[in-house]
Design a protein around this ligand. Structure first.
Ligand code: ADP
Length: 619
């Protein structure tokens, strides 16, 4: 995980990395960004001009004198005073108007540009996340990934508008002001600048302390929330053990400390404000003390002094924000790095160079000495061989954890084998483009996930762009059409979260319709009838039989009745196929399968797991 950058160099390097990484997205918005920058520069210039009309009023109208000084405008002394006054006062409005217009243009175009950039980055991140392999997702925490898509990209936007823009404007203004001040009078400028180091030092020091305290307080609040949540979650135990008093003490202790930290933060912040106020007053006093003498000596005009004082006030404001903004930018850079880390993670499973579009499969599938483990030191499948001819039904049976689901995950190329090859129609899976491979495999799981959209869309997710006719045909094949029509809005009924408003059997039949609409030549069924009552099971089994018609099918099942009519049954245990053949062949073999089958028929299906457990202990 990215650490927050601490010093200026790290911050600048961070900003540079972010800009380089996202330069394609940034470049697309170059016109908007150019408009924004022009607006910025104009705003800064206008800001520098703000005190000028006032200075002119002072120098040419209120106290006109010898004007052989900087800023002398030749025509002015001959013009009528009232006309001059009118021009200057209009000037005040004009300059402020210019500043406002420039600020508007810059902030609108910058926020538009940055919103577009962020939207694109976010979309890219989402797409990228979906492409990352399952092995990545198995290890990542989904909460963390969601935070990266939402919060972190949002903070990146902060770097671009809310923080970076004022930072640039303020610094430009500062440089501009100091420049103009030097031009007007270097001596007064130096006097004004003497207070600056002191000012910077105080601001940075106090802000750092405030920041530290605020962090501590946030941490404590997190701990308090956790404490409260734990206590509420385990309220029965708390009451039974009479822990209320002890927990109350602990909570109130934390609460009190958080309060003290809050008060301290407020104190520091108020102290900082007042210190700055005094420092500004000192600077003003010094400038006035020397400035008035210079005015009296006619070295500068009263208007010049006015410009000085105004600049001084304006100059301190942005500097005060600097410390705060540095923290914000540092945070945003950390966020940017988190986003970049994710974007730079290369999907482990992707199209190899020269991968071809898979032709329509006949459906011949073979596993050649396949070995695989989720972790490099722990093998799940060992040297596995399996061959299925087009249209064959292969049943995978055996105890839980034997590797059946892993085997079909490899066929879907959710993972690549560590050793050996998996081939479809004679070609290694890695020779095909992923999308074209997966498009020709369809899957029905034990607990099918339905999305919170209409029934129609749930089915159409199997084949994007499917027509109503195709959707209905798939639903009929899946024994689902009738009950769908009986739903309040038929095919347009929106399903609750995870399809909660339907029964298990109905959900399963919609999932079968979704699988059927793909018309894929290879079908994977992962215990699709587990947990269904008899009536539903029959409807689902019927639908499945229609679904797998003519397809190469891999059926994972604990219920051996489903395996009996398979062309090939593989008994898998600890990642190895111990027995394989037809039902009759395996029964004649009198091995694991035969024993299991006899036990199941004798005892019924409900105690499958116990049978496996019993089998492994009795061996
Ligand atoms: P089955 O389908 O036969 O019950 P699985 O293929 O699901 O077996 O699991 C085989 C082994 O692989 C089990 O020991 C299981 O704990 C392990 N396993 C399954 N999925 C993962 C995963 N995503 N990460 C690590 N280990 C896994």
């Amino acid at each position: 995980m990215s650490r927050r950058p601490q010093n200026t160099k790290e911050i600048l390097m961070g900003i540079q990395r972010i800009w380089l990484r996202f330069s394609p997205q940034i470049r697309k918005q170059r016109w908007l960004l150019t408009a924004g920058c022009l607006g910025l520069v104009t705003e800064v210039l206008a800001r520098l001009l703000v005190p000028i009309p006032l200075k002119l009023i002072f120098d040419y109208i209120i106290v006109p004198g010898d004007r052989s000084l900087p800023f002398t405008i030749p025509l002015i002394p001959d013009t009528n005073t009232l006309v001059l006054l009118t021009i200057f006062t209009i000037g005040i409005v004009a300059v402020t108007g210019l500043q406002a217009a420039a600020a508007y243009v810059s902030s609108v175009s910058m926020s538009l540009a940055s919103t577009r950039i962020i939207t694109e980055i976010r979309a890219q991140l989402y797409t990228h996340l979906q492409r990352l392999s399952l092995s990545f997702h198995n290890q990542a925490r989904s909460g963390d990934l969601i935070t990266r898509i939402t919060n972190d990209t949002g903070r990146l936007k902060d770097v671009m508008i809310t923080t970076a823009i004022p930072l640039v404007v303020n610094n430009l203004t500062l440089v501009g002001m100091v420049g103009v001040m030097f031009w007007l009078n270097w001596e007064l400028t130096l006097i004004a600048l003497t207070v600056f180091p002191l000012f910077l030092l105080t601001t940075v020091r106090i802000t750092r302390r405030i920041h530290g305290l605020a962090k501590q307080q946030r941490k404590r609040e997190g701990a308090m929330a956790a404490l409260a949540a734990e206590a509420m979650g385990a309220i029965k135990v708390v009451k039974a053990l009479s822990l209320e008093g002890m927990l109350e003490d602990s909570f109130s202790n934390q609460n009190q400390q958080s309060l003290q930290e809050g008060v301290k933060t407020q104190q520091l912040s108020a102290g900082l404000q007042r210190t700055i106020q005094i420092l500004v007053a000192v600077a003003k006093a010094l400038v006035l003390w020397r400035g008035v003498q210079l005015v009296l000596q006619q070295a500068i005009t009263p208007g010049d002094l006015l410009v000085f004082i105004t600049y001084l006030k304006t100059a301190f404001k942005p500097t005060r924000q600097l410390a705060k903004q540095t923290t914000q930018i540092a945070k945003a850079i950390a966020s940017g790095e988190r986003v970049m880390d994710l974007l730079d993670t290369v999907p482990a499973i992707r199209d190899s160079r020269g991968a071809m579009e898979a032709p329509a499969f006949r459906g011949q599938v073979s596993f050649h000495q396949v070995s695989f483990g989720y972790k490099s030191d722990h093998s799940i499948l060992n040297n596995l061989n399996l061959e299925a001819q087009p249209g064959q039904k292969v049943a995978l049976v055996g105890p839980s954890g034997g590797g059946k689901s892993t085997l079909v995950s490899l066929l879907l190329r959710l993972y690549d084998p560590d050793e050996g090859q998996i081939r479809i129609d004679g070609h290694d899976l890695r020779e095909y483009k992923l999308e074209s491979l997966r498009r020709q495999i369809t899957i029905v799981l034990q607990e099918s996930i339905l999305f919170g959209v209409s029934v129609r869309d749930n089915i159409a997710y199997g084949l994007l762009g499917a027509s109503q006719k195709e959707i209905e045909a798939a639903a009929r094949l899946a024994n689902a059409h009738d009950f769908i029509m009986a739903l309040p809005q038929g095919y347009d009924t929106i399903l609750g979260e995870r399809g909660a408003t339907l029964s298990g059997g109905q959900r399963q039949r919609i999932a079968i319709a979704r699988a059927a609409i793909r018309k894929a030549p290879i079908v994977i069924l992962d215990e699709p009838t587990v947990g269904l009552d008899n009536a539903n099971e029959q409807a689902v089994t019927e639908a499945l039989d229609r679904l797998i018609q003519g397809c190469t099918t891999f059926l994972i099942t604990h219920d051996l009745r489903g395996a009996v009519n398979a062309d090939q049954i593989c008994y898998l245990e600890k990642g190895t196929i111990l027995e394989s053949g037809t039902h009759d062949q395996l029964m004649r073999l009198r091995g694991h399968y035969a024993t299991l089958y006899q036990l199941q028929t004798a005892l019924g299906n409900s105690i499958n797991e116990n049978i496996y457990a019993w089998q492994s202990t009795s061996r």
